[in-house]
Design a protein around this ligand. Structure first.
Ligand code: NDP
Ligand code: X2W
Length: 348
């Protein structure tokens, strides 16, 4: 491997996923961080905003307007969705991009407008974007200049269901995803939904019957089975900082058993470094992936005939965002895919 390091920028470095990118890249031997941006916190040293990472030598965070793009080979864009399209569309061609926001994840402009409430501002660029669920789109990611990192909720469910839909082992029209997330999923900017008094000692459903990740999940599952898919997706906010757990209820096709589902998932992910299928009947906890890039999934036979339940977990800030973003960078640059990501989960 060459000693020349890839120069990396992080736009939105003062947010949760920005901090997580810095934490991961601190152990990434083939890259160096040369640009950090913030908005309200522009002008402040990174280590002042995140004292737990103050020992790392980093450039001061500046505004995007001040950025010199000649100092970067690749940027991670960790800006709120809606603010990203114009920034990325204006970048010079030599800059590769991994976008963590939702701005380039939906490939049909009408669907984008329906769920995000505005016309897509960079439709030409959208045509060259690759959807960055690494395990499912690795070959395209290798050649991409701009990668749309998946949403946190859509990652585990697409991993679990893609092999089952491809193998016609489950029905595409009967999929229920009951999802639960920690509050960091909502970002670091203050919001009523994430006030301590309203999160602690209770749980609540939100976006019930129509969350913007439903069309992203449906898009990915339609790629898997070659026809339209409609899912019932219902997220809940949990009194914990990180982690996502999804209980996925599906109906098996005639003649398929829960053991067949287990075997199909084990086969599909046998060589994947970041996806683990647990022994049949064992379900994972969010604590089993905390701080790591792993997705764990467990298959359980439902007592209701013909049905099976898959429980999948990830850390929303790692495999659900910054970890998968670094995994995609590694693939785009031809680096070992696991570089910087071989961190064991923090338990308990
Ligand atoms: N949190 C999660 O679990 C996941 C998040 N994502 C996506 O990743 C992106 C970043 O999320 P997250 O880190 O949680 O968000 P945060 O709210 O924690 O951070 C947002 C960052 O963007 C900066 N920023 C805000 N508004 C602007 C603006 N108008 N122009 C330029 N910079 C701006 C902020 O700067 P400042 O601090 O100075 O205001 C901050 O650095 C979002 O698109 C989110 O949807 C994707 C998957 C999971
Ligand atoms: C708990 C919480 O608020 N979660 C966020 C999803 C976070 C995420 O990964 O998605 P985006 O990148 O699409 O924002 C939500 O429900 O909107």
């Amino acid at each position: 491997m060459s000693d020349v390091k890839v120069k990396v920028g992080i736009l939105g470095a003062s947010g949760y996923t920005g901090a997580e990118l810095v934490r991961i890249l601190a152990h990434h031997e083939a890259s160096e961080i040369t640009l950090l941006t913030a908005d309200r916190r522009a002008g402040r040293p990174f280590g002042e905003v995140f004292p737990h990472l103050a020992h790392i030598k980093l450039p001061t965070m500046i505004s995007i307007a001040e950025a010199d793009w000649s100092t970067v080979d690749l940027i991670f864009c960790a800006l709120p969705h809606g603010t990203t399209q114009e920034v990325i569309a204006g970048l010079p061609e030599h800059v590769k991009v991994v976008d963590l926001s939702a701005d380039f994840r939906l490939f049909d402009p009408a669907t984008y407008k329906e769920w995000y409430g505005a016309e897509h501002a960079a439709q030409d660029l959208q045509k060259e974007v690759v959807y960055g669920l690494t395990e499912l789109h690795r070959e395209k990611i290798k050649k991409a200049r701009v990668v749309a990192n998946p949403g946190c909720y859509p990652t585990p469910v697409q991993l679990a269901l893609t092999p089952l839909l491809e193998g016609k082992l489950v029905h595409a029209e009967d999929i229920i995803i009951d999802a639960k997330s920690g509050v960091t999923g909502a970002g670091r900017s203050p919001k009523e939904m994430t006030l301590y008094a309203e999160v602690t000692e209770g749980i609540h459903a939100y976006g019930t019957g129509g969350h913007r990740h439903a069309p992203e999940i449906e898009q990915g599952l339609a790629w898997a089975c070659g026809s339209d898919v409609v899912v019932n997706f219902s997220p809940h906010l949990m009194p914990m900082s990180r982690g996502i757990l999804e209980s996925i209820y599906v109906k098996m096709t005639n003649g398929t058993t829960a053991e067949d589902i287990q075997a199909a998932l084990e086969k599909r992910f046998a060589d994947e470094p970041f996806v683990r299928v647990l022994p049949f009947g064992v379900t994972p906890q969010t604590r089993h992936v905390r701080g790591s890039n792993y997705v764990l999934m467990g298959v359980v036979k439902d007592r209701v005939p013909g049905r099976v339940i898959i429980v999948a977990v990830e850390d929303n800030l790692v495999k659900g965002a910054s970890g998968q973003a670094v995994q995609n960078m590694n693939v785009m640059l031809g680096l070992p895919e696991t570089m910087g990501l071989e961190i064991e989960p923090l338990f308990p």
